[in-house]
Write a protein that binds this ligand. Sequence first.
Ligand code: ADP
Ligand code: MG
Length: 739
Amino acid sequence: MDSELSPWRTRMYAELNAPLATVVGAKTAKEFAALRLHSLGDLLRHIPRRYLSGTELTDLGSLVQGEHVAVIARVAHLQRFEGGSQAGRAPRPGRLEATLTDGQGRLAVTFFGKAHLLGWWERQLGEGVAGLFVGKVGSFRDNLQMSHPEFVMLDANGQIVGSSSQDKARMASLTRAGLVGLYPATGRLPTWTVAECARLACQSVAGAEDPWPAWVRDRAGVDELTTAFAAVHHPVSLAEAERGAQRLRFDEALATQLTMAYRRSSAAAQAATPRPRVADGLLDAFDRQLPFRLTTGQVRVSSAIFDDLARSRPMQRLLQGEVGSGKTVVALRAMLAVADSGGQAALLAPTEVLATQHYQTIRSLLGELGGGRMLGAPEVATDVVLLTGSMGATARRAALLRAASGEAGIVIGTHALLADRVQFADLGLVVIDEQHRFGVEQRAALAEKAMRRPHVLVLTATPIPRSVAMTIFGDLEVATLAEIPAGRQSVSTVVVDAVGRPAWVERAWQRVIEEVSAGRQVFIVCSRIGGGPAKADQGKGVVELAAELSAGPLAHLNVGVLHGQLPSDTKDAVMSSFAAGELDVLVATTVIEVGVDVPNATMMVVWDADKFGISQLHQLRGRIGRGSHPGVCLLITHGDAADPARQRLEAVAATTNGFELAELDLEQRREGDVLGASQSGTRSSLRLLRVLEHADIIARAREIAEECVRLDPGCTTPGFADAVRQTEMLADGDLLDSN
Ligand code: ADP
Ligand code: MG
């Protein structure tokens, strides 16, 4: 490694980032690339999925056809079938059949070949002897069977015996004291090849200094890194392997937390204009006219936000709370506080429908206070403007002008707010609704609109377990609104099995009619827009379902259609006529998922509900029960009752606790999905760490990271600098920023 050219400051990171080809050769490196393993570090963190003990037989009853497996079993019986030769025909190969047993179950193993090969295998195998067999489980006449497994025989101590010198060399790398590490492997990269390459990689990093100072390792209670690599790849005991894995998981957690901690400290070093609370201003006037009492949670979170706003460094806060927990009011109070102190606030929503809805909600909550300084308006009033991409040129120009002049205390919009032409007189606060749709570049672009960094408040309705929040939003302080304001109605959820009980679907439409007769409104949600040529397995889209319902069961109702491909003004028109009660039923895609607030909507029917994830369904049903009437949500599915998808639906029906559902959702998905980034093809800095399961490690790493930043604010420790660099690099701008 040429240290002059290496971007890494420690030898360890330089080694770990070396391309695999330098150690395993180009051909094998290509096979590893298919497993998304590119560097030495990738391979070293690709640890055995499990360890077999050479002295314990595998439960053959647990084998599943089609899987690549390694089993340790005893040869119960050997039988040889000679091949034959007939004049004029190619000679038929003979075969050797071994019946393996674990003492109870049986597995047939077959080898085909010429006589001398069969003889060699027969001598290797030997009745009564145990061996390790690796191969794919197939079946023959309804019995599980393996053809041509690779194998080695084991002695009573689990040590490899009597194979050829070549096999012995390959397999010896697998075991120390009878443990065999089984790697996630492919047909072209059998587990022993992986083991052998891992051994080479271990040798390559041997002697490289640990990137963490000794105090960090002590505090975390983990081993040295090279020890850990050896432990996971060639353990003497399961306990040793587990200790090694602990170190590797801790490293992932610490690298992430260090990155976040340094981000926090650099954000804290930025200057922001303090916006202390001003008495008898807009905020107080607003509070006086609020039609309800703030919940204690709202009061608590608001006061934390006011404290943040009064500081001379930018607030970086995430406010999470269930749908309907009253985040909008909290955000609005923060915006009013900023307006009171002479600044402006911008509210960013992910879609135009939402931006428009926010605008309407905020205008109606503010009443006269939001109508600008017109004659007769309260003296403290401010101007609220909406700015979207689809606005007409004149309206847009007027809105831009009011933002630039500072006349508008509150500017609401979509990404259009990030366009270059939008200027603010004095942007003091940026509120971002639904963080997961906003990237960090967008946040940064908006921050540049201010002379100094604005304060930032991010709202999310997706409940995020603490460990996940620390990992994804580690550069934000998290506040949570846990309770739902009194007076909010419950939503009861029922799963409707469209295949098993088709009559229930009829009943569902009947129920829609009853709801409308009672003066209420209904959402019907589909997973897709449809309207085009449908593929067989896709099911109905919004377009088809709306047409079918309008022509059939819901013929007498006013049915509207809403989806993302409609022109903006059509969307707005549909949304407003639904909000105004002119439409009884709205058949829509998930465009209604966030923020849509129509208190008179009390029922939701989700078509093909199994096409949605847990959190998404929970989010969707948050659209109903917002007024004074309880809500009902019907989840229609055509899926099989035994499907995992069905279990998801039952879980959603069983609880309304968003945190519980979020955890369940996370357990079912890969971390990559959880972190918001589409991880296909990209590398994640989290290979071994599972954000939920290892919450304690993440919390400890966070504490240690804070200590690191305190002791080394400039990030001069080479290992810290490398870890942060690596994390930012792997994140590629999206993993840690959850987009
Ligand atoms: P979120 O944005 O968290 O989904 P909202 O702020 O939109 O929630 O609030 C949902 C509904 O509850 C709104 O109609 C809002 O006016 C109302 N609301 C908010 N806070 C309270 C409260 N403290 N008491 C009663 N209703 C409230
Ligand atoms: Mg809201």
